[in-house]
Write a protein that binds this ligand. Sequence first.
Ligand code: GLN
Length: 383
Amino acid sequence: MKEISKIVSGFKENIFSQMTNLANKYNAVNLSQGYPDFDGAGFALLSAKVNIDKGFNQTTNAIGCEELRMSIKKYIKRKYNLNYDHNTEITVTCGATEAMYDVISALVNPEDEVIVFEPFFDIYVPAILMNHGKVKTVTLHGPQFSFDKEELRRAFSEKTKLVIVNTPHNPTGHVFTKNELQIICDLVKEYDAYLVTDEVYEFLTYDNHVHIPPATLDGMRERTIMISSSGKTFGLTGWRTGWAITVPALSNAIRLVHQNNTFSGAHPLQKAIGESFEKLDEYLPDYRGMYLRKRDILFNGLTKLGYRPLKPEGTYFIMCPIRHMTQQSDIEFAKDLIINKKVATIPPSAFYINSNEGHDYIRFCFAKKDETLYQALENLSSL
Ligand code: GLN
């Protein structure tokens, strides 16, 4: 038999599936994979049922149903004062994951360089490699998880095509500041590159940290592709509905990839999310309050147990240094936690290429019922 693709043969099962499988095998409380263990927004669920009953069950417009594109346009204007046209600049995809793949496929030629910050969300690098691009990483150094300006500059070259920025950032919980974004955007402009943003945690920021969409910075609208999704915002990660927003010429290229890939997403779910965005402003205070409470339950609980968790500025993840507790690598430590303490976390070294810093942390997810969090803390406190 002829061999499978050389690129694909270098991939392995992702760390989320590995840890969830281990959690199930050892019956551990699962604070590894980042999705809620409770249901999403009730109004969205109801709206999906109504739209199924109304018969919106056939393939919708490839670029996404009009109601959803209109709602996205409206919230982007209302929240960020950015104007985008829903017919030429907004494309709905099967989750932010597909959007990221489409954007990379639409823009990257063989040997083009793509800069990613590590730790990175695990799909970016395979997507770049599948498109024959070259990965350049810049490390976000703990405990602040910011980058060194000179290290970033050194990563740029005439071949830089794209820079990927995820803010609020998974797994570190860092919310990029205006100053950090300005440094990145100035280099993107200097090197005539594009910026791809992954903003799926856009409404999950805490304390006085504010999410700034990079497209709002001077001169960035025309060279930014802004990606987000409904999964985190409405607690419906299984609905796989995301979008890519950018100028018409780039949107057009992204649409050509999308139409030849998934073609379109689930019609009744798109309708439901479109309707749900009408309720966004009244929904957000409770949503953020709930996650703030969960963050504090886990953060305070871990602190009491002698862990030294880093308080996240956004997202639903907590990075927790382990070097003061063990000489083991993050992977060994996380496996031991599952087996001996019945708590599953993510070892983040899988999200780094250059730096070894990932070995010094584990990542907890707090998008879980309060009782799940309390159970995890109780398990961790046991001998
Ligand atoms: N984004 C989530 C996380 O970081 C889920 C990832 C996944 O399931 N592939 O845990």
